[in-house]
Design a protein around this ligand. Sequence first.
Ligand SMILES: Nc1nc2c(ncn2[C@@H]2O[C@H](COP(=O)(O)OP(=O)(O)OP(=O)(O)O)[C@@H](O)[C@H]2O)c(=O)[nH]1
Length: 385
Amino acid sequence: MKLALIGFGQAGGKVVDEFLAFDSRIDGGFVESAIAVNSATTDLQGLEHVSRENRVLIGQARVKGHGVGADNELGSQVAEEDIDEIQGAIDRISVHEIDAFLIVAGMGGGTGSGGAPVLAKHLRRIYTQPVYGLGILPGTDEGGIYTLNAARSFQTFVREVDNLLVFDNDVWRSAGESVESGYDRINEEIVERFGLLFAAGEVQAGDHVAESVVDSSEIINTLSNGISTIGYARETVDTGDGLLSSFTGGSGFDEGESVNRMTSLVRKATLGRLTLPCDVSSADRGLVVATGPPDHLNRKGVERGRQWLEDETASMEIRGGDFPIPDRREVGAIVLLSGVTDVPRVDQLQQVAIEAQETTEQVRASAQKDFETLMDTGGELDALF
Ligand SMILES: Nc1nc2c(ncn2[C@@H]2O[C@H](COP(=O)(O)OP(=O)(O)OP(=O)(O)O)[C@@H](O)[C@H]2O)c(=O)[nH]1
């Protein structure tokens, strides 16, 4: 499906930059336009693929290009004040050519976490296309302010978008990695999953059985509201001129083998590491996409995987289809689970938000009391004023 991508804040901009690199490697492409919005000049300068005219600096009057320093309220204020600047960049997109908007933001900082929901609300008021969010949750060791920002932003972002796709950094960090190389690797993981999903709706069937190819309406219907998570599993296959792993003795295509492979890839994708871990049975809708060289995809494989997911989720709304990629050496399964409700990390964020609210009120009340005590001279100084 064709998307207008908007990266908000540093994480959002970097992930959109990575989406552009991925898109240039995929036939057809799914990115119609890509914009980066930030309150920090250096973050915008660091991007490699987003065109210069599509880099929008906001909040200059307030923070002079230095970012909002993880102040989520300031992030939302500068987005509201400078919404016309962002709209100026969106006006250059051929909006009638896109199927949806995707706003990408890290939820733990200030600019993206505060600004992304503001932009989502604005876009939904103006355009008829769905507006999706891709929200990146901070690691739990990043500190209280990041968790609190994420808790706040999550509540608002999910309300303002048609669907919030979530990626939890906490589940994807590796020990011993520097922050920078860690993010580079994580961003590739993000883009491979979400990129393959969105690119699937854009593929030309070619020689492949056209009706088995996923189209954008299937993605849109799966993403109808709530929160989504993605699972992905892949396996390298030999597509060279030598022995093909899906052929038996060179005599013909072994359909049984590729059906079994696809069924177990769907299971691995669903039961392995999701972008946001959740209880799979709580999903309301789902979509299974088989990716890879057309020879290695077959209808029965996806259908079996789809049926298995239907049983796992007890949902009647599980769709399935292919994304044939001729020059790929891997067969994979993307599983999109949407409308998930049993998500421990979200419960934890909400708990943090409630506790923070209570602590803030207690701290405020006690600070007020301390201040009053400090200023109370028992009337001894009154005569001086
Ligand atoms: N996956 C991923 N997460 C990132 C990356 N950079 C930052 N983050 C995460 O995103 C959160 C928000 O950070 P930023 O995006 O840098 O914040 P910002 O929106 O630019 O806001 P300010 O810096 O406060 O103005 C952090 O807590 C990290 O968890 C990145 O490149 N990839």
